[in-house]
Design a protein around this ligand. Structure first.
Ligand SMILES: *[C@@H]1O[C@H](CO)[C@@H](O)[C@H](O)[C@H]1NC(C)=O
Ligand SMILES: *[C@@H]1O[C@H](CO)[C@@H](O)[C@H](O)[C@H]1NC(C)=O
Ligand SMILES: *[C@@H]1O[C@H](CO)[C@@H](O)[C@H](O)[C@H]1NC(C)=O
Ligand SMILES: *[C@@H]1O[C@H](CO)[C@@H](O)[C@H](O)[C@H]1NC(C)=O
Ligand SMILES: *[C@@H]1O[C@H](CO)[C@@H](O)[C@H](O)[C@H]1NC(C)=O
Length: 309
């Protein structure tokens, strides 16, 4: 098999350019849309915590890994329910006029229960549990690439979650520079929810962690030296999706109650804890069609894309 470093190849084809990064422009919850604020701009009432920049958070120990760069509490809280459908619209550019610019790396969603209203909850020491993780959608495309064509990141509130106020943490990790330690770009964002219903589901103590704290800079999934050298074996960082999210009994125990669930089939997504796939680039402007080992081929399902730096 030909060993070929696709990063070098694409570097040659597409010299590195500084492209816009992005933020959560709006969120739609069961059909109701809530606008976010421009990073570093005017602060209007919102349910989305405002960040100070569209640039990524760098480094697994960065305090802004919690809710995004210098995130501040938002004034409002959105009503939601167990099984609510949440559509998170990640946008690009300093005012959100552009599409999300990155397409390599996972989309994950976490939650934490606020102590009191989320509008006045300091989440620095919050314990987060994962409710979904999306990585490779096909052997050659990541779910993240859907955001580049204005599709939202999707997540469903667990069907049996205990009622209460929760932060929903939507996180994109863009791995296009993660061939070096510290290269991963983290884009966390927090949405303030008040969830009704009468569910009983909650994570086990073994399924929660803090931000920063959930990740390290050198773990698989964050430092990905082979991200352009297929086959890709992607391992999601952080804890597994909490067992109660798709538990067989429909009820979970409270955090800290011990006895972690043995259930292994807890992911609500097509992606399990790791994936082994070939990574193939987007359409090549040269029209080169090559197979395994080189991994450039024409990709017609979506508009032409390329790895972005
Ligand atoms: C975040 O806030 C700190 C403290 O106010 C400030 O020094 C820093 O420049 C801010 N970072 C960004 C990217 O806005
Ligand atoms: C949140 O809590 C942390 C840790 O206790 C503290 O350092 C930080 O200043 C608090 N932030 C706000 C906005 O109160
Ligand atoms: C979100 O859901 C919509 C509708 O089901 C789908 O078209 C889209 O691909 C999803 N987005 C992602 C990022 O998976
Ligand atoms: C993928 O990586 C994980 C974690 O490093 C490892 O346990 C697993 O065996 C790997 N799978 C393959 C097929 O290489
Ligand atoms: C929950 O798990 C079951 C059994 O593995 C599966 O059939 C079902 O599709 C899962 N539900 C979700 C929402 O992922």
């Amino acid at each position: 098999m030909i060993t070929f470093n696709i990063a070098s190849f694409l570097f040659f084809l597409f010299p590195v350019s500084v492209l816009a990064h992005g933020f959560v422009g709006s969120v739609t919850i069961d059909g109701t849309t809530y606008q976010g604020n421009i990073p570093g701009g005017t602060t209007n009432p919102s349910v989305i915590r405002q960040v100070s920049t569209i640039d990524p958070v760098k480094g697994a120990t960065n305090p802004s890994l919690n809710c995004g760069m210098n995130a501040t509490e938002a004034s409002d809280v959105a009503n939601a329910n167990p099984s609510s459908q949440i559509l998170i619209y990640w946008v690009g550019g300093s005012t959100g006029d552009s599409n999300w610019p990155h397409n390599v790396g996972p989309i994950m969603h976490y939650m934490t229960k606020c102590s009191g209203s989320c509008s006045s909850y300091n989440s620095t020491n919050a314990e987060w549990f994962k409710i979904s993780e999306l990585g490779l959608e096909t052997s050659d495309t990541w779910y993240q690439a859907n955001l580049d064509v204005k599709e939202p990141a999707n997540v469903t509130i667990p069907s049996n979650i205990q009622p209460g106020d929760y932060l929903l943490r939507s996180e994109i990790i863009s791995l296009q520079l993660a061939v070096s330690v510290g290269g991963a770009e983290f884009y966390p964002a927090c949405i303030q929810l008040s969830i009704g219903g009468s569910g009983t589901g909650a994570p086990q103590s073994s399924e929660v962690c803090r931000f920063p704290g959930c990740y390290t800079d050198t773990e698989a999934g964050i430092y990905t030296p082979n991200i352009y050298n297929p086959p890709i074996n992607y391992t999601f960082p952080g804890p597994p999706v909490a067992a109660f999210v798709n538990g067989s009994s429909g009820s979970g125990s409270s955090s800290g109650s011990g006895t972690p669930s043995a259930a292994a089939t807890t992911s609500p997504t097509p992606s399990a804890g790791s994936q082994t796939c070939k990574l193939v680039s987007r359409s090549s402007p040269t029209g080169i069609v090559v197979k395994r080992g080189m991994n450039l081929r024409t990709h017609k399902r979506r508009p032409a894309r390329r790895w972005r730096y």
